[in-house]
Design a protein around this ligand. Structure first.
Ligand code: CA
Length: 645
């Protein structure tokens, strides 16, 4: 995926006058065909009471302070999802954070949702704090129970909570038995035991809310065969449920084509309804609460769309289209995760920390150490998803909140530039630097278009860059009302061809001594040192990585040279890796290289060596990895053969 530079779109959107017509929007939205009237557009808004206690206020599109559940309902949200933890408090009654989401919190939210004519989706974690694929801790009060006792406890607890919600007049439309229960639930690790707990939760739901749907919730649709396995287990044990629900975070959870395929398979095989139970997308790379976010700039994340308000809407629209039109008619809804979780609004980490601790409005408080010492007890803090909310840091709704309504009829207005792709240039110190006259813009309809750019680049800068040796520069400019960026690397003359593997030419010779599972040029910008391609290797078995990668230099003048090349990788175990130069078949210079983890590029430079008349010079990399168990992998990029004065 391309890296996009951000973004003034938000400021542009915010400055537009908001009129009485909710449909009037600067957002480009393609209509979702066949969208049922009763399609579930859900919002997990579990943290709201804790945020409000911390001083957060929410507004409608007219700028009036309004009950946020009302704002959501007005904009097409018809379900509110709320998580329930059994007892998210320590022995002194101090909350673990994450909204301190106990049953009382769920009742308060449920009443507000019901008042705004939305249904409640109750999400039982059956834990005292966060439950996810990696973590399914048993509640304190149920510790030591055998499976029979625990089954009864799940049944009674579910029955009790749902009865309290019913007595409070809450309109519950769906109950989720367990959260992201990939092979684990409530401290249990076998499907034989887990199915009893699921049955117990379903039974209690049928008794209290017979009209409500029972959902099971899993994550990681991208793991081949995993969903088919879960559904088969449920079928084998005759677990009573209606909806097979999936988390789908685009950064991690594979393609929408894959999601469509795995959910359709389950719908067709077992006659279940399917849905996306959690999703979200970032509208900015910026953090607003002094607690770093899960998704920021750069790194390894997959970015289907720019991190803009429009990108957020496009992501949500595409997921909705997949669930409506890509699941054989079995798709019933999409729920956005914690789109109301914004900054508590203090001016410093210290101020916010006080609020997070006092009201449980951060992801975890220090008090969570009593229950989850290893994770929450160490890394407690604020909100890690404030840049994925559908409200800005001041509680004003983002234009993307309108997508739930706009997908019904579409809002296919004239596309405008929404974000710009960065430009990367490698320039020889001895050659002129020419900046492009256009940059690629991502348009609001997600098409690409080259638009004119004006660079802030002077003759003085040009001269200085050419006289300062090897260095990297960032040149900025203006295009489509946004800031364009051009990254320039000034380099020495390189005698190698296709030095960064971008051209896919046959100048590089691979000798694969151990027949690695994967050894080829890969096109993945986030894994490349420069450009978008690099030499990739991976092999599952131990001792199955050993190869050389070589290029013979053409027309090399007589003189002294050095060879430079970079590598990164992981799971490599014991390694023997080095860059080398061969003159007439004899290695004359080497430089050792190491693999130390993702993104840690190790650049080796050989000692100087001499090329005399008629010499044949070959440079290369030798790689041998024993492997650490998960399959050694790595990336090689940017091979440079430079003359030495
Ligand atoms: Ca944050």
């Amino acid at each position: 995926m391309k890296a996009f530079c951000l973004l003034l779109a938000l400021a542009v959107l915010a400055s537009l006058p908001m009129t009485a017509f909710a449909e009037e929007s600067s957002l480009y939205v393609k209509k979702v065909e066949n969208l049922p009237e009763d399609f579930i557009f859900g919002m997990d808004a579990s943290c709201v009471p804790a945020l409000e206690a911390s001083g957060v206020k929410y507004y409608n599109f007219d700028g009036q302070e309004t009950d946020v559940y009302q704002v959501l309902a007005e904009n097409g949200v018809n379900y509110i999802r709320v998580r329930i933890w059994n007892d998210p408090f320590n022995s002194d009654g101090k909350g673990y954070g994450g909204g301190n989401c106990d049953i009382n919190n769920a009742i308060a939210i449920g009443q507000r949702a019901t008042k705004a004519n939305m249904k409640l989706l109750v999400n039982f974690h059956y834990s005292d704090f966060w439950a996810d694929p990696a973590k399914q801790m048993v509640p304190k009060a149920w510790k030591g129970m055998d499976i029979e006792q625990k089954t009864e406890a799940v049944y009674q607890y579910t029955l009790d909570c749902l009865t309290q919600l019913k007595d409070a007049g809450v309109d519950v439309g769906m109950v989720q038995v367990g959260n992201e229960t990939n092979n684990y639930m409530c401290g249990e690790k076998t499907w034989f035991n887990i199915q009893y707990l699921m049955q117990a939760g379903a039974k209690a739901t049928r008794e209290v809310y017979p009209e409500a749907l029972v959902a099971l919730h899993f994550a990681n649709p991208e793991k081949a065969g995993s969903y088919a396995t879960y559904a088969k287990k449920m079928d084998y044990y005759q677990v009573d449920y209606d909806v097979f629900a999936s988390s789908y975070y685009p950064y991690w959870h594979g393609s929408l084509e894959n999601l469509s395929a795995v959910l359709t398979d389950i719908a067709n095989t077992y006659g279940k309804k399917v849905m996306v139970m959690e999703t979200s997308y970032a509208y900015t790379e910026e953090d607003t609460d002094f607690n770093g976010n899960t998704i920021g700039g750069g790194g390894t994340i997959i970015k289907d769309y720019p991190f803009t308000v429009q990108g957020q809407a496009n992501s949500l629209r595409a997921i909705t289209d997949t669930i409506v039109n890509g699941t054989g008619g079995a798709g019933i809804g999409v729920v956005y995760w914690e789109g109301t979780w914004i900054s508590v609004g203090g001016e410093s980490w210290e101020e916010n920390h006080e609020l997070w601790e006092k009201h449980g409005s951060g992801w975890a408080s220090s008090y969570a150490a009593a229950y989850d010492a290893a994770d929450a007890g160490r890394y407690y803090g604020g909100c890690a998803v404030d840049n994925q909310a559908l409200f800005d840091q001041h509680g004003k709704p983002l234009e993307s909140l309108k997508v739930f309504k706009l997908v019904r009829e579409g809002n296919e207005i004239t596309p405008v530039a929404d974000a710009l792709e960065d430009v990367t240039i490698i320039c020889d110190l001895n050659a002129p630097l020419t900046l492009p006259e256009t940059v690629n813009a991502v348009m609001t309809d997600d098409s690409k278009q080259a638009i004119p750019v004006a660079w802030d680049f002077t003759e003085e800068m040009d001269a200085q860059m050419h006289s300062s040796g090897v260095a990297q520069y960032t040149i900025t400019g203006q295009a489509g009302g946004m800031e364009a960026k051009c990254y320039v690397s000034m380099v020495e003359y390189n005698y190698l061809q296709d030095y960064s593997f971008e051209e896919g030419s046959d100048v590089w010779q691979i000798t694969d001594l151990k027949k690695a599972d994967e050894l080829y040029i890969e096109d993945k910008k986030t894994d490349s040192l420069t450009g978008s391609k690099h030499m990739h290797f991976w092999s599952a078995a131990k001792d199955s990585v050993e190869f050389t990668l070589e290029q013979q230099a053409q027309n090399l003048p007589v003189g002294k040279y050095k060879f430079t090349v970079s590598i990164m990788g992981g799971d490599a175990g014991k390694t023997d890796i080095y860059a080398y130069a061969k003159v007439n078949g004899q290695i004359v210079a080497t430089a050792p290289m190491g693999i130390t983890g993702y993104g840690n590029w190790d650049t080796a430079v050989t000692p100087d060596f001499t090329c005399t008349a008629e010499d044949t010079v070959v440079v290369g990399v030798y790689v041998k990895c024993q492997g650490a168990g998960n399959g050694a992998w790595g990336k090689i990029d940017d091979a440079l053969l430079n003359s030495v004065q």
